[in-house]
Write a protein that binds this ligand. Sequence first.
Ligand code: CAO
Length: 448
Amino acid sequence: MSSITEVKLPDIGDFKEVEVIEILVKPGDAVAKEDSLITLESDKATMEIPSPAAGVVTELRVKLGDKVAEGSIILLLEASESEAPAAQPPKSAEISAPSVPALEPAAASASAVEPAVAPIPRPAPVPFEPIAEACAFKPHASPSVRKFARDIGADLTKVRGSGPKGRITQKDVQTFVKGVMIEAPARTSAAAAPGGVPFNLPEWPQVDFAKFGPVESKPLSRIKKLSGANLHRNWISIPHVTQFDEADITELEAFRKESGAASEKQGFKLTMLAFLIKACVTALRQYPEFNASLERGGENLVLKKYFHIGVAVDTPDGLVVPVIRDADRKGVYELARELAEVSKLARARKLKPGDMQGGTFSISSLGGIGGTAFTPIINAPEVAILGVSRAAMRPVWVGGKGEAGQFTPRLMLPLSLSYDHRVIDGAAAARFTSYLASVLSDIRRSLL
Ligand code: CAO
């Protein structure tokens, strides 16, 4: 035989009216004795009300937001005779102050409500701990959420609560765990130094930006996710130094303009970048350690006898670096045509993975956009990358020292060379950029 019993709110200490913030069961649910039925929250603590007996919930008598007091009917429970709960309210509830972890099962049952059929001495209600004090150090979550977090091994101190007064809900814990699972592999690989020693970096700040103003969340493109992970690895695992210099390209620009008509007839522009590739190859021949890679163990430098130049291309989906192969064997027209083709393919997302492999040195040109200098990130396993900014007319002292010289307007091209300091010394980098500048200022050198 079974009987339907009213489950009433037990003694909850000094509190007259407390809000129902969570309903953990619904009609039709079978519950065991001690299963949590609802969660209440006062201005100082949360507490879960356990079932006084096993049975099936037939009707809920409270809803979210209701204020309840000792003796309020929570729900109707159809219990078997042997399990029938007492008609009167039980004596106490499992109470958890926000800062107190939920009791372990054995301890929980000791403090939980017992049916009247098995009277026990009335336990003293657990004293509430003020939220303000507790929350400064410990998370604010109901016992069931604490249990859930404990079961899946989530650290509640790292979870941001979205509920009233920052209370952590089960969904918050799930969202947190999802975030950890997505970010952890990237973080681990990115934060690990080549020797496998992880940097002991602080956690990434978790900020609710919407608290400060309207926001919109937009997923990163696939390219950004991939290139972002590589850029991050390169940035933290290569000791970068950037050498700045400038090249006088007045004559080169005049020559480019004169020679441009022929390429325009064929449908592509003879851009400065084609000359830069050519000049870089000349400098790389002169300074072979810039056209090299460190072996994985860091013991040997692999000097490459081929010149495959990567060119950073800005696309709507992010940065890609197609490689112009055997740049030493190509003339500036051929390089310019190929540059136009690969940038078009890159922007149409038609590059194949092989088109972006095998580079020996990279160039990132922001000259068409602007800026005076920047610090490009090396495209590992290469050891150097040249950043190029916008050329500008500037007064330059020409013609020797003293009265023999004068300020002359010259077109100056800013160069920013980032290099791997494990492989390249500062002096070598300064030599490389001055040599490159001299090649650019005297076009004949790059054509030799
Ligand atoms: N100084 C002054 N003007 C320059 C210049 C420079 N250094 N470089 C290019 N320009 C001019 C060009 O002459 C051209 O002018 P016109 O339209 O009058 O002919 C204009 O700027 C646009 O050039 P472009 O950008 O189309 O052509 P490009 O060959 O210089 O560059 C490419 C091609 C693919 C490299 C470029 O379009 C691009 O994507 N750049 C961005 C790369 C990037 O994002 N790098 C950052 C990576 S983070 O390290």
